[in-house]
Design a protein around this ligand. Structure first.
Ligand code: NAD
Length: 519
């Protein structure tokens, strides 16, 4: 059993109080935001552990089916109210809603940092993204034009984009605020109501955001947050008849369950899943940039990022030099407590992830791979950092079929693999079930575009890594999922085209079969 982390608990309690998520009698925090009301869960207790110290933080209760029922009903009612407004008014309200975050940015960042164990600097960046996403999609509210199709009959045929009604969203623990706003903003911009379930490990930041947004003028119940475990509250959400579409961000294993649950009810889904992205360094690349890019690509967020550049493919001539330089850069990353301003890499978020990553490193070493740097707990951790810390790790002498080279690690582990030429690099990069992202480092522009065009990945960077913006579509191939988020593509996932036929002829032209009405 983990000891109570009284200091972090006090800090968290203070933050929850600032957002009105105060502890109820018996110390149970309100963990659901439904129909404009805060409610504690009604089912089993879930205990959160501080990732940085390993101490017990707080416990809350799983929402359960009854609260979910209420959330879907609230979203259904509020969605009708939302759609009764003009499109421009919806845009204005989205902008007003996100302005309610002003003055709370630092508290939101602190809340995310203490629960998710992420460096405070990273969390501030995440809050800024929330605002960016809402402002971007607010602008789309009154620009979702339909089309007029020049059909070969006397009809006027137009197409408009119709919302699903209520969408169900499920998000992971690695970027709770980012993924929450990432999916909430396009969903409501397209005219839907939402029931969102964050990861059971990071329940509070989405709750705080939803509450602030609603206070800025969104209809009561348009956004509902329910917290609980995947197999209980999550499964109740995916199987609820009132949900018209499922949007899931998480692991491929859970993604399959969510898509299956949707398919049973013939409800479509978007899956944003994991990755094993290839970061390709050609010998003609500017190696200083490539090395800086390679270490940031995988060690940011302690590797707990879906787009982590976890496979570094290096042209053989420069392999040893690049591995040595990336390992040196990795060993210099400031690993520390999330609240410390100097910290660039924090702990892994939870015990399960820590054990999974540690086990993968051990099995790689046992299979003959060489741990160039890292591989265990970092030395020189500050006092109190007794949580789930792993040093930035670089592994070489890896066979491409080894588990460490094929499976998503989701931790601070880089696997370096040599390649001979362009064709070999493309073959290796695509030799994965995943297809989320990848990068090419070279000074030859023709090669850069040639290789990028042959990578089976939803996002490709050239001489860069991890540039992501809400304006540009994001998503994967195969085990990295399907459907798109961000940009206009992401918005379109939240509506269906409806085709309307209006007879404009003097006489109605009625066809009996598939004719055009002129038989
Ligand atoms: P996870 O799949 O374990 O959990 C994600 C969410 O699914 C949680 O809210 C969980 O409670 C819920 N869930 C689990 N089982 C469920 C079920 N049967 N029914 C309904 N809901 C269920 O993932 P995780 O460990 O939280 O996150 C890490 C994974 O997320 C990694 O694979 C990472 O690559 C991926 N990820 C992908 C993206 C992307 O945009 N592609 C972004 C962030 C994270």
């Amino acid at each position: 059993m983990n000891a109570l982390d009284t200091q972090a608990r006090r800090r968290l309690a203070g933050l929850l109080t600032k957002f009105g998520l105060s502890l109820e009698a018996g110390d149970t925090p309100c963990s659901n935001w439904i129909d404009g009301e805060l409610r504690a869960g009604e089912q089993d207790s879930i205990t959160l552990i501080n990732p940085a110290t390993g101490g017990e933080l707080i416990a809350y209760r799983d929402a359960g089916a009854d609260l979910l029922e209420w959330a879907v009903a609230a979203a259904t009612r509020a969605q009708a109210e939302w759609m009764a407004l003009t499109a421009s008014e919806r845009g204005r309200r989205m902008n007003a809603a996100v302005r309610r975050l002003e003055g709370y940015e630092e508290d939101l960042a602190q809340l995310e940092s203490v629960v998710a164990g992420k460096p405070i600097r990273d969390c501030r960046g995440e809050v800024a993204k929330v605002r960016e996403m809402f402002e971007y999609y607010a602008g789309w509210c009154d620009k979702q034009h339909g089309e007029v199709i020049p059909v070969p009959t006397s009809h006027l045929n137009y197409v408009r984009h119709v919302p699903f009604g209520v969408v169900g969203q499920i998000t992971p623990w690695n970027a709770p605020m980012f993924t929450c706003a990432w999916q909430l903003a396009p969903a409501i911009a397209a005219g839907n109501g939402v029931v969102l379930k964050p990861s059971e490990l990071t329940p509070f930041s989405s709750l705080a955001i939803a509450r602030l947004l609603e206070s800025g003028g969104l209809p009561k119940g348009l956004i509902n947050i329910v917290n609980g475990l995947g197999p209980t509250t999550g499964a109740a959400l995916t199987s609820h008849d009132g949900i018209g579409k499922l949007v899931f961000v998480g692991s491929p294993a859970s993604g399959r369950l969510i898509a299956e649950a949707g398919a049973r009810r013939l409800v479509p889904s978007v899956l944003e899943l994991g990755g094993k992205s290839a970061n390709i360094v050609f010998s003609d690349a500017r190696l200083d940039d490539a090395v800086a890019g390679a270490q940031a690509a995988v060690f940011a967020a302690a590797g707990q990022s879906c787009v982590a550049g976890s496979r570094l493919l290096i042209q053989r001539e420069v392999f040893d030099a690049v591995v040595e330089r990336v390992a040196r850069a990795a060993s210099q990353i400031a690993v520390g407590l999330p609240e410390d301003e100097a910290t660039r890499m924090g702990p892994l978020q939870n015990a399960r992830q820590f054990e999974r990553v540690s086990g993968m490193i051990e099995r790689a070493a046992a299979a003959g791979a060489r741990v160039v740097t890292g591989g265990g707990r970092p030395e020189d951790l500050p006092p109190g950092a007794d949580g789930y810390y792993l040093a930035p790790t670089v592994i070489a002498d890896v066979d491409e079929t080894m588990e460490i080279a094929c499976e998503e690690v989701f931790g601070p582990v880089l696997v370096a693999l040599p390649f001979d030429d362009e064709a070999d690099a493309i073959r290796l990069a695509n030799a994965t079930r995943f297809g989320l992202a990848g990068a090419v480092w070279t000074q030859d522009p023709a090669r850069a575009h040639r290789v990028a065009g042959q990578l089976r990945a939803g996002t490709v960077w050239i001489n860069s890594y991890k540039a992501i913006n809400v304006m540009s579509p994001f998503g994967g191939f195969r085990d990295s999922g399907f459907g798109r988020s961000s940009g206009l593509d992401g918005l379109r996932e939240y509506s269906v085209p409806q085709s309307v036929w209006v007879e404009t002829g003097r006489e109605a032209s009625v066809a009996m079969g598939y004719g055009d009405g002129r038989e």
